[in-house]
Ligand binder design. Structure first.
Ligand SMILES: Nc1ncnc2c1ncn2[C@@H]1O[C@H](COP(=O)(O)OP(=O)(O)O)[C@@H](O)[C@H]1O
Ligand SMILES: [Mg+2]
Length: 386
């Protein structure tokens, strides 16, 4: 196998996700799904593999939603996909056509599109499109909507939060009305990063609380080593195979994106290199080729102003801890720096950082960075090293 960090993989290049994929199909047998993980953890690879290897007993539609900035454009994409499927089975979106004719007087020849005149009615059009699609369907139809939360964030910036609420409400109502309809949202950010009402961890109004949330973990160690091995062999790298594969998997925290990156850097290295020095070199690179500064920038983008400084303080404390810390230890270390933050806010933001995959609770009262690689980059990029 050849290295391809960040590119689109063919299904057979997706290593080690078989059990997770089986689990996801099982869940989709009964309900819709939210697949969460950081950027570049492998979400798209998983859903594209599922889309291309779906059993005959379901219909699947994959769509990348990143870059869509209005509710009407979202409706257009869905409508395109519905029309494409309907024409494939020799049908067309009759209800949508009728609705658009009633709204605008326009008679649509050929493929049905949402005209600008009817943009305000995107909500009705979306509902009719689903009715057209599901009308004579007796098997589940699954929409894989990749990066839906990022789309919602952009829509919020462009059109305001009420539009986001309305989209989520209409999607939930569609899930409730059509038992054969399934949705899979994959997201690098959670809805709590988008909706003010969910910002501080409130679940009560979560418009996806009928969906099952599944976190995409790193690869299992054996799969991570297997991927490293396949890439080393595929690229004809002249290194000690077993030892290097193990070192790469470990340095990459079993994260497939960094395994690809590390093998790539071995190929580029002009002199014989070892894994640790490659990792360090890339962390020091001001161009940040591994996009690790994203973890810092994201706090400015998505956190409430009142939480930003506290989030940074918490991550600084945890980054420097060689062992997991209890909540008291964390709070005392913060107090030794500043008395700006009260104890309940500290609890809330700690929860938020867990939901955003920065840290994990390893025991009843023990917190640490989720990935040693990110921890290391946090220490370097924040100038925390003693
Ligand atoms: N299961 C996997 N096997 C091999 N490489 C993977 C796998 N998952 C992810 N990768 C690598 O990581 C990169 C990013 O994966 P992607 O699925 O696009 O992540 P996400 O959608 O979570 O941002 C891919 O281009 C590939 O290099
Ligand atoms: Mg993706």
């Amino acid at each position: 196998m050849r290295v391809n960090p960040g590119g689109i993989l063919s299904p057979k290049e997706v290593v080690g996700r078989d059990r997770l994929i089986q689990k996801l199909w099982r869940i989709l047998g009964r309900q819709s799904l939210v697949l969460t993980a950081e950027r570049r953890m492998g979400k798209t690879s998983i859903v594209k593999k599922m889309d291309s290897e779906a059993p005959d007993t379901v219909i699947t539609i994959y769509r990348d939603l990143e870059g869509i900035k209005t509710a009407a454009d979202f409706t257009r994409r869905v409508l395109d996909d519905v029309e494409k499927y309907l024409s494939y089975v020799g049908k067309s979106a009759i209800k949508v056509r009728d609705l658009i004719r009633n709204l605008t007087g326009l008679e649509i020849a050929g493929v049905v599109k949402l005209p600008e005149l009817a943009e305000d009615h995107w909500n009705d059009v979306l509902q009719r499109a689903m009715e057209d699609l599901l009308e004579h369907q007796n098997c589940p139809v699954i929409f894989f909507w990749d990066e839906l939360p990022l789309m919602l964030y952009d829509i919020k910036q462009q059109q305001g939060e009420t539009f986001v609420q309305e989209i989520l409400d209409v999607l939930r109502s569609l899930r409730q009305t059509h038992p054969n309809l399934r949705m899979v949202f994959t997201g690098s950010i959670g809805l709590h990063n988008v909706l003010t009402t969910l910002k501080r961890g409130g679940y009560a109004n979560d418009p996806t609380n009928d969906m099952k949330i599944v976190d995409v973990p790193p690869l299992a160690q054996t799969d991570a080593e297997d991927l490293a091995r396949q890439l080393i062999v595929g690229e004809g790298l002249a290194v000690e195979l077993e030892k290097t594969a193990q070192e790469i998997a470990k340095a990459a925290d079993n994260l497939p994106f960094f395994i690809h990156q590390l093998v790539d850097h071995f190929l580029e290295a002009e002199e014989p290199a070892d894994v640790a020095s490659i990792v360090k070199q890339y962390m020091l690179d001001p161009q940040d080729p591994w996009h690790l500064r994203y973890y810092r920038e994201r706090i400015d983008t998505y956190y409430l102003n009142r939480d930003k400084a506290l989030a940074l303080e918490l991550l600084d404390v945890l980054a420097l801890a060689p062992e997991p810390l209890s909540f008291d230890e964390i709070y005392n270390r913060i107090l030794s720096q500043t008395d700006t933050f009260d104890i309940e806010s500290t609890r809330d933001v700690l929860t938020l950082l867990q939901r955003d995959h920065y840290i994990q609770q390893v025991d009843v009262n023990a917190y640490e960075f989720r990935f040693a690689l990110i921890q290391q980059s946090w220490i370097i990029h924040r100038g925390l090293a003693k």
